[in-house]
Design a protein around this ligand. Structure first.
Ligand code: GLN
Length: 497
């Protein structure tokens, strides 16, 4: 079988073929490693490729299948964002401070996928400690958008998104704190799904902002996201914020239409504000939802505008506390100094990049005595108001539809001031603050004025807390009816452009 034919299959199709013994997990893994060898020099999705380990895992899956087991993700190639631990592998968080750190244990989410038969192909690039929206904040490598190599793949889970878009994996694991799974999903033309806060264990995910961080899959189909979610979701005693309530299986409830569903269109997120081609794409998406049987209803999120400022107090505050542990004593880099204090200073100065330092400074300031009430406590109150807005909106609708991002993938260096980068998560932050499940699904293409390649756009769908089954059940109807992903091919056509 031609290697391209194999790597372009969905996770569902790969697992079915491996379990039916039409292909082996070993063949699938070899085909994926070949693809990585052929394109990753240009894409740069992976920081570490685990060829030997992957082939050993594949052989083990083949033995399981031969023994009569049928693992749900048998032989499915997986890209793991490099802020998640995988025992014995380098886990860098895209930072110099952890450049050579080897994880001593495996994150629960990763382990559950491996138990289900997935094969970890490698560790994917990301913005340093997941702070950023383009992957440009990685200290260890550049990741390019497979639809236009001159542009970013989105971030912070840009490596995982690019790997899935370029057929270097069928499932990418990302983490979403304010949009880091959904925004790179939109930029790279794949599905990015963030479950409800607490649904997937954070054990082994290196913490950025603990009250927001949530692991989620990037895949080419919503169905694959559902399969990955089903394998990962559920209580874990190792994560104190993991929710102890039954998880409903989602992959078997995928719908063909949206009849009977009320989809809320957010007044404050009117596509008219985006104008041009973006507006055209989102209006067409609304019409498609309606054509599939959904009833569109107007809803309002009056405090959504406070999302970005609220997030940029809470997230840095938590990051300043979480990143205090990287001081040269226990983990990663140590730069010598004359005394302990000088060693801390030298280590953190050399180990952290500019954006991480900026966040630590903002967060430490926001938490300092005298400012705590004015900043941090106030932000927590705003967070409650934003969550209340969603609760009110969901009284009149089942799902909310809105843009995933305000623009398509931009050129490297285009968002050079921090504030314009922060605004990239304008549409994704409110859901993160409210802890809600949300996903981005490809909904069309635009041709930017400053480029020749068509670029993918994502529609964001959001559901009430713990309504993953509703969300993952409805989204496939839209994806199957519209098939926007298939309009343009990623690499290798663009390698020569
Ligand atoms: N872009 C946002 C930030 O820089 C969100 C990142 C994320 O979700 N990890 O904080």
């Amino acid at each position: 079988m031609a290697p391209n034919e194999l790597v372009e299959r969905s996770a569902a199709a790969i697992a079915a073929a491996v379990n039916a013994r039409e292909i082996s997990a070993t063949e699938m893994t070899q085909a994926t490693l070949e693809r990585v060898g052929a394109v990753d020099g240009d894409v740069g999705a992976y920081l570490t490729v685990l060829a030997e380990d992957a082939l050993a895992q594949a052989a083990a899956v083949d033995r399981r299948v031969a023994g009569g087991e049928a693992p749900a993700l048998a032989g499915v190639p997986l890209a793991v964002k490099d802020n998640m631990c995988l025992r014995g592998s380098r886990t860098t968080c895209g930072s110099k401070i952890l450049e050579r750190w080897i994880a001593p244990y495996t994150a629960t989410a990763v382990q559950r996928l491996l138990n289900a038969g997935a094969i970890a192909i490698g560790k994917a690039n990301c913005d340093e400690f997941a702070m950023g929206s383009s992957c440009e904040n990685s200290a260890l490598g550049i990741t390019r958008n497979p639809y236009d190599l001159g542009r970013v793949p989105g971030g912070s889970s840009g490596g995982s998104a690019a790997a899935v878009a370029a057929f270097e994996a069928a499932i990418g694991l990302g983490s979403d704190t304010g949009g880091s799974v959904r925004e790179p999903g939109a930029f790279s033309g794949v599905v990015g799904f963030k479950p409800s806060y607490g649904r997937i264990s954070r054990y082994g995910l290196i913490a950025f902002a603990s009250s927001l961080d949530q692991i989620g899959p990037l895949t080419r189909t919503v169905r694959d996201a559902a399969l990955a979610y089903d394998a990962m979701a559920g209580f874990d005693a190792m994560d104190a914020t993991s929710v102890d309530r039954p998880v409903e299986e989602t992959a078997s409830t995928l719908r063909d239409d949206l009849r009977g569903l009320r989809v809320g269109i957010v007044a404050e997120f009117d596509p008219a504000a985006l104008g041009g081609e973006m507006e055209r794409v989102y209006r067409a998406a609304h019409a498609d939802l309606q054509r599939l049987g959904a009833e569109l209803v107007d809803v309002s999120l009056p405090t959504a505008d406070y999302g970005v400022p609220t997030y940029y107090l809470i997230a840095p505050a938590e990051c300043s506390s979480n990143l205090a542990r990287f001081d040269g004593v226990r983990y990663g880099l140590r730069v010598a100094g004359n005394d302990v204090r000088a060693m801390y200073d030298a280590t953190r100065s050399a180990g952290f990049g500019a954006e991480v330092k900026r966040r630590i400074l903002i967060g430490t300031h926001a938490l300092s005595s005298g400012y705590y009430d004015a900043y941090y406590v106030r932000a927590q109150k705003a967070r409650t108001l934003i969550a209340d807005d969603f609760r009110r909106a969901f009284a009149t609708c089942d799902l909310i539809a809105c843009p995933a991002a305000s623009c398509p993938a931009f050129r490297f260096g285009a968002k050079s001031d921090p504030y314009s980068m922060y605004l990239m998560d304008y549409y994704t932050i409110p859901m993160a603050l409210a802890g809600l499940p949300a996903l981005s699904v490809p909904c069309g293409w635009v041709r930017p004025d400053d480029g020749v390649h068509a670029l993918p756009i994502g529609l964001q769908l959001c559901a009430p807390l713990f309504a993953e089954r509703l969300l993952l059940g409805a989204a496939p109807a839209y994806q199957r009816a519209t098939k926007h992903r298939d309009a343009y091919a990623p690499l290798p056509e663009r390698l020569t452009a």
